[in-house]
Design a protein around this ligand. Structure first.
Ligand SMILES: Nc1ncnc2c1ncn2[C@@H]1O[C@H](COP(=O)(O)OP(=O)(O)O)[C@@H](O)[C@H]1O
Ligand SMILES: [Mg+2]
Length: 222
């Protein structure tokens, strides 16, 4: 199977000497094309740090990362390119821009160099339709439910057609009904697209539908 992102002995330490915390401890793992990967583990076990490393938001203390066949050079300028083009992120708190509509929140995430304005708008509309919001495109975040805001976040994460979408506890701030619908959305998107989804969650149902489950403890994968 085609490995999209691979970590080799990746380690992240916070702080110095005595008080240092090894948040991610020598992890070797891969994310494969089209898979639904679920990452579980207790609070503090390193899930957020690991996904941030895999998505190039954090620089590792040691170890290396291969994305799309190329080793990441942390001293070069391509980190922002990777973040923009190769990965997408969905967070607990939706993180939408409050004064922009759903449509504008998706368009603004697009790497629009080389595509026409109306093309970007068409793509954003397609994505919002795919996440089930064909009739909410002109709403601002405050006019949307939590579940709907999180759907916009998924559309935004997919804006540049990334290899992998990381979702870090995407239902932590949703009620059970909205959580269930977001979990269904993730399964649907994973089935409809070649994008891989790496989801940090405690949700039991997603666990049963996952292609693979990783359990973290003390910065390591069990
Ligand atoms: N920026 C930081 N500075 C210092 N320690 C951190 C930082 N981020 C995370 N940690 C520590 O690293 C460990 C793993 O944290 P985290 O990756 O957030 O775990 P999880 O997402 O599984 O709850 C925890 O002990 C946490 O306190
Ligand atoms: Mg976390």
């Amino acid at each position: 199977m085609n490995s999209l992102i691979e970590s080799i002995n990746i380690t992240k330490k916070f702080g110095e000497s005595e008080s240092a915390v090894v948040a991610v401890d020598n992890v070797n793992m891969s994310i494969y094309e089209g898979e639904l990967l679920v990452i579980m583990g207790e609070s503090g076990s390193g899930k957020t740090t690991l996904t941030s490393l895999l998505g190039c938001i954090l620089r590792p203390t040691s170890g290396s990362l291969i994305i799309d066949g190329t080793e990441v050079d942390y001293d070069s300028e391509d980190l922002s390119m990777i973040r923009r083009e190769k990965v997408g992120f969905v967070f607990q708190l939706f993180n939408l821009i409050p004064y922009l509509t759903a449509l504008e929140n998706v368009i603004i995430a697009m790497d629009i160099a080389g595509i026409k304005e109306h093309e970007a708008e068409e793509r954003a509309k397609e994505l919002l339709t795919q996440v089930g919001l064909p009739d909410r495109m002109d709403h601002r975040p405050s006019q949307l439910s939590g579940g709907e805001q999180q759907r916009v976040s998924f559309a935004r994460a997919l804006a540049n057609n990334p290899l992998v979408v990381f979702a870090d506890e995407p239902t932590a701030n949703l009620d059970s009904r909205n959580s269930a619908s977001i979990m269904q959305l993730i399964e649907k998107l994973c089935n409809e697209r070649r994008t891989a989804f790496a989801v940090v969650t405690h949700d039991e149902r997603l666990r049963t539908d996952a292609d693979r489950i990783l359990e973290m403890q003390d910065g390591r994968i069990l």
